[in-house]
Write a protein that binds this ligand. Structure first.
Ligand code: GLY
Length: 567
């Protein structure tokens, strides 16, 4: 009853404030926010609000992308960034598609063995903590490339609200309080001086970011070159050098974001558009979906034994290929078409049987293991014109390398750890990589980020993605299947418990206390090793679904502080 009174009060308040906008409040479990025209879903309400306000002013999804990305750098420094990179997939109002790669690059002075000691042994922490872990950031190049190609509003109109947010400050959430406390020791280790986060920040405190506001003001005044060639570049390089890094002004001035052709494939009457290398997301998602397409998952049932078997076996086979073949397409030849061809994938599932789990040791390429960090962030935007974008951006680890440039107001990534530093030897996340993803100057490290757009019968259906390291791909997969095979709403699809298998370790990971015990027991009897302890969160999915009547439904993952805003 209390909840009902609260909901009514909230509804009245909303109606009073915005009388002309019919907003349907989210039913906590069944439906996300439903709006008529346009929507932004991100990891923080402040960023969703800024993106949505840009759309309300007449901006398009690309304008909103610029504002949202930078608002996340202010409101969600855990993964939102100026010092990292990401990927964007779009489908515009006439159905044209594309992808943007603003992934970090290895510095010019980097070498294949830079994280190995004189005995060829991996040096702990060097690729994850502090200045040596940092790749050349791509985010500012990315947002300016998007604005140049598709933006309609002046950059000042887009950036001013972000700068205002940084000056006004952001209220700490309970989840953020926990995260800041957890990483105190790492902040102290990575930084010579104390940083803004070395404080006992509590939920409901407000953190102001005046230095970041100044940096954004210079970028607003001088454009992308401020970050790559201007005063900001010089101050960043000085800071990196002072902290023992190898980034130079040459590295920054040579950085360019790259437009890429997305991976596109069909599944039933869906057309799926996802990110191409140097992200493994699109290829891996295509492999898995094409391997499971012949099986009648809706008949087996959601999270039923047979459904989990089919998906697990397809994941096992796709992840076995992933690290062996994939890397930066500017450096390695990737047999992309072959990897997602029907003939190849039919053969891959030929030794699968419902009677018994396949063993990962029986699946080639059996020498690579993938475990990545979870601390990325995703946002989806659909505008009132019908443009859709799907963006995943990251610092890699939580707060990246933990190295915070107090002079400029942002964290630097530790994306160099996504390279395979020593083929065959696990890094701190247990990652064992292959030659295709070895370090070279100016090369981009392999990613799992899977920003994805789905069409149904030629019409826009969904924009979806998630953080979660190697679990990104399987969380995006399950969310699409939840809507398509199991008729869930967007919010139900996001809420539904998820599982994950990535070939090695040969383990099906389940969200704890979420799956039917009988199902887990029957999987164990079939020879599957299961783990429910070490996977408290498998992704934080944010998505938007176009409903049959043309309205938009947001799915904002309640595993985080994620919020959908629209009109
Ligand atoms: N750093 C995580 C990823 O790129 O997948």
């Amino acid at each position: 009853m209390k909840k009902l009174i609260f909901l009514c009060a909230l509804l009245l308040l909303q109606t009073a404030c915005k009388q002309e906008k019919p907003i349907v409040l989210a039913d906590e479990n069944k439906r996300g926010l439903i709006v008529e025209n346009a929507m932004v879903v991100t990891a923080r309400e402040e960023a969703s609000k800024i993106g949505s306000a840009i759309l309300e002013q007449g901006g398009n999804a690309f304008d909103a992308m610029v504002g949202t990305e930078l608002a996340l750098a202010v409101a969600y420094p855990y993964a939102g960034n100026l010092g990292g990179g990401g990927f964007m997939v779009y489908r515009n109002t006439i159905g044209a598609i594309g992808g943007l790669d603003y992934r970090e690059k290895a510095p010019l002075a980097s070498t294949k063995d830079m994280y190995l000691d004189e005995n060829g042994d991996f040096i702990p922490n060097k690729s994850t903590l502090g200045a040596m872990a940092v790749g050349i950031p791509g985010t500012i190049a990315g947002v300016f490339a998007v604005h140049k190609k598709f933006g309609t509003l002046p950059i000042e109109t887009i950036l001013q609200p972000v700068i205002d947010l940084a000056k006004r400050g952001v209220v700490v959430t309970y989840k953020q309080e926990e995260r800041i406390a957890k990483y105190q020791p790492a902040f102290l280790k990575a930084n010579k001086d104390s940083i803004i986060f070395n404080k006992n920040w509590k939920a409901n405190d407000t953190i102001k970011y005046p230095v970041l506001a100044n940096t954004l003001e210079r970028i607003m005044a001088n454009g992308r070159d401020e970050f790559y060639k201007g005063e900001t570049a010089e101050r960043l390089v000085r800071f990196m050098k002072d902290n023992g890094g190898i980034m130079t002004i040459d590295d920054l001035s040579k950085y360019e974001a790259q437009w890429r052709t997305p991976v596109v494939f069909e599944y039933d009457d869906l057309r799926v558009i996802s990110m191409s290398p140097p992200s493994s997301g699109g290829v891996c998602l295509a492999q898995i979906m094409k391997m499971i397409e012949p099986y009648d998952l809706s008949q087996y049932g959601h999270n039923a034994t047979k459904t989990i078997q089919v998906i697990t076996e397809a994941e096992r086979r796709a992840y076995a290929d992933r690290s062996f073949y994939l890397g930066d397409p500017d450096f390695v030849d990737i047999p992309g078409d072959k990897l997602i061809s029907d003939s190849y994938l039919e053969g891959r599932m030929s030794n699968f049987s419902f009677e018994k789990a396949t063993r990962s040791s029986d699946v080639s390429h059996g020498e690579v293991q993938i475990v990545e960090s979870n601390e990325t962030t995703h946002y989806s935007i659909i505008d009132q014109f019908g443009n859709a974008i799907s963006v995943t951006t990251t610092l890699n680890g939580a707060y990246g390398s933990k190295l915070y440039c107090s002079d400029l107001g942002f964290f630097l990534n530790n994306e160099m750890d996504d390279f395979s530093s020593k083929p065959g030897v696990p890094n701190m996340f247990g990652l064992i990589g292959a030659e295709a993803n070895s370090i070279a100057p100016e090369k981009r490290m392999l990613s799992s980020m899977t920003p994805t757009i789905v069409e149904k019968n030629g019409e826009l259906l969904m924009s979806v993605g998630t953080p979660g390291g190697s679990t990104i791909i399987t969380s995006v997969l399950q969310t699409i299947l939840n809507v398509h095979e199991f008729n869930m709403t967007m919010q139900e699809a996001v809420n539904a418990p998820r599982f994950h298998h990535q070939w090695l370790p040969d383990l099906v990971m389940f969200e704890p206390n979420s799956f039917d015990r009988k199902v887990i027991n029957s999987l164990q009897q079939l020879g599957y090793q299961t783990n429910e302890e070490n996977s408290p969160v498998i992704g934080k999915v944010d998505g938007i679904l176009v409903l049959k009547d043309g309205k938009l439904e947001g799915g904002a993952d309640r595993r985080g502080d994620d919020t959908a805003i629209g009109f």
